[in-house]
Structures are given as structure tokens and as C-alpha cells.
Design a binder for this molecule. Sequence first.
Ligand SMILES: [Zn+2]
Length: 360
Amino acid sequence: MSDVAMETGDIDYQSAVMSLWDNSVNRKYYVTGGVGSGETSEGFGPDYSLRHNAYCESCSSCGEIFFQHKLNLAYRDAKYADLYEETLYNALLGSVDLEGKNFYYQNPLDTYRPRYDWHVCPCCVGNIPRVLLMLPTWMYVKDTDSIYINLFVGSTVTIEDVAGTDVELVQKTDYPWSGKVAITVNPVVAKRFNVRIRVPDRDVSELYTATPNSDGITSIAVNGAEVTPTIEKGYATITRQWRAGDKIEMVLPMKVQRVKGSDKIEATSGRVALRRGPLVYNVEQVDQDITEVLDPGAVLTPQWKADLLGGVTVLEGEWADGSPLVAIPNYARANREPSSSDRRGRGPRSARSIVWMKDR
Ligand SMILES: [Zn+2]
């Protein structure tokens, strides 16, 4: 539907697509960017029914990314890229293990099952890699005189035919661990065009409120000189004669955020989730008692751990009872347990890993 709406500009299709978008994002959307609570089918449940043992099939995360990307192309509004970044880094990347060999078909927030190496219905096994392999598509969009930078990923990509020249873009960053991003713009021929950089808004869905605020861009400079770009539809727009070697340097805020669900969501009542940058965090039983309470005033400190889970920034703090708390990125969950004896999911059905922890 979003393809047809975009390709034809048909107003009835556009209207129907926006109704579905509003309902799914503002009524039926998980904090991980996953969709599909699965009460009745491999699909959506009632409004605000967002139980933690969701179906959230990995394919629905792929579909969610395709949908938001198509709307980003149609309306050139950064909020759709904000949403698919969330789905990509959390729900989708969390479907595969760190080996890249096993995957979740059902991809709930509270996990007690191990991942599958194969599934009798092998849809996700193709969809997950095709979405990951399409990363350049999710990163950049162009039109005749603009490049849109939607994702911040260390890379070198050539974008063809912008204002009559090919443009190589070199991103240097270790985002999402740090908020520093450097982008070198290398047009083959010096030309005037717009570089439109997504200004992150981490609170697009009405369902969730995060504190402290961590939206926006802290600072942005071109060739060492600070600039204050105009913001259009969520993009910081820099228009100039670009020459090979021109360098944009920026800093994105990376505060540790506490996320609360709307009062209308029963499952998140009295619970809190943690987020830093685009990454939603998870606490695992292998590290601590996950039935503990997180005090609303507890200090949480990001800490880089090179030797844990392939290198991750964890959040460290204390539970209300004084015992140590460690939260890992949701995508890295369920990689240390269970043992091989219950790899087929026959283990105990209590959660070993949760997103929403108790906060009184
Ligand atoms: Zn599937």
C-alpha cells in the first residue's frame, strides 16, 4: 500500500496508509520498534495491548523497516527514519545471535527461549539477512539536489548523480557507542547541493516518554567552523558549494534514558525500560536477579566492556536492595544462556532476560 501511495500519489491510498501508520505507531508499537502482539494471529492485537511475551515475528520487524523507509521516501520526513533506526538496532538485530547463526522467529521482549538454527516456516531466515545487507539503502536517500543522511554508520558509500556529480560519503564513527560522527563529502566535481542530516527524535511514538531528553544534535561543524543549520522535517540542512574533502563533524547526545509506557499500556505499568542513543537495554538473569526493583533515582553509568559480548557499552548501577545492576543492549541478549541441554526451548518458562524492569 505504501508503495502504491508513493508511486501514484493516490490520495485515498495515502490516507489509508497514514491511518494504519498512526494506529500501529501510536497504539501498537513496542519500545524495541517491534510490532505484532500476536493475540489472535501473526498480527496486531487490540490498541495498547503490548504484553512482554509478544509474538513480534522477526519478519514483522523487516516489514516495519520497509514501511517506514517507503514513507521516508514519500514524505522526506526524518521521523520515519527515527522509527526504522529503532527497529533495526533493537527488534531486528536482537533476532539474531552474535554468531549470526541462530535466530528468533517469535521475538518477544521477555525471553526464555533460545534462538532457532532453522524453522519449519523459513521466512525470517531470508528476511533478516536481506534487511541487514540493505544497510546502504537505509543509510542514504537522495533527490536531484540533496543527500539525506538517515543512519550514522562507519562506512564509505558513493551516491550517484546528485546535482550532476557522483558523491562519495565517508562516515567515521563508533556510534552508537559514542555520539561523535565525522562525515567527509567527496563530490567528483565541486557542486552546490544540500546535505540533509537526520536530527534524532527518539520519541516519535506517543506510547513512550523518556527522561532526560536526548533528542537533537549537540553540535555540528563544517571544516572546523560551527554552523547552525535550519531544520526542515527533522533534517539539519547544510547548503553550500561542496568540494572534495569537506568535513562535517557532529556530536549526538547519548544520555542514559528511563523510558515509561503510557498509562493505557497495562504491561508497562510500574515498570521502566532503559535506553542510550538508539539502543534499548535489557537485564539478564545470568548477571543478576531480574525480579529486583530499580529505584527511580538510581545512578546509571555507561561503561565500555571490550571483552563482553563482542564489545558492548553496558549500563552499571545498583538495584534498590543495593545489589549490582548491569544492563546490556537488547540485541546482545540471550547469548550466554541457556546451556545446550535446553536449546529447543524446553527449559523453564520464566524470563531469563527482560526489557521492562520494576521501578515501584
Ligand atoms: Zn518470519
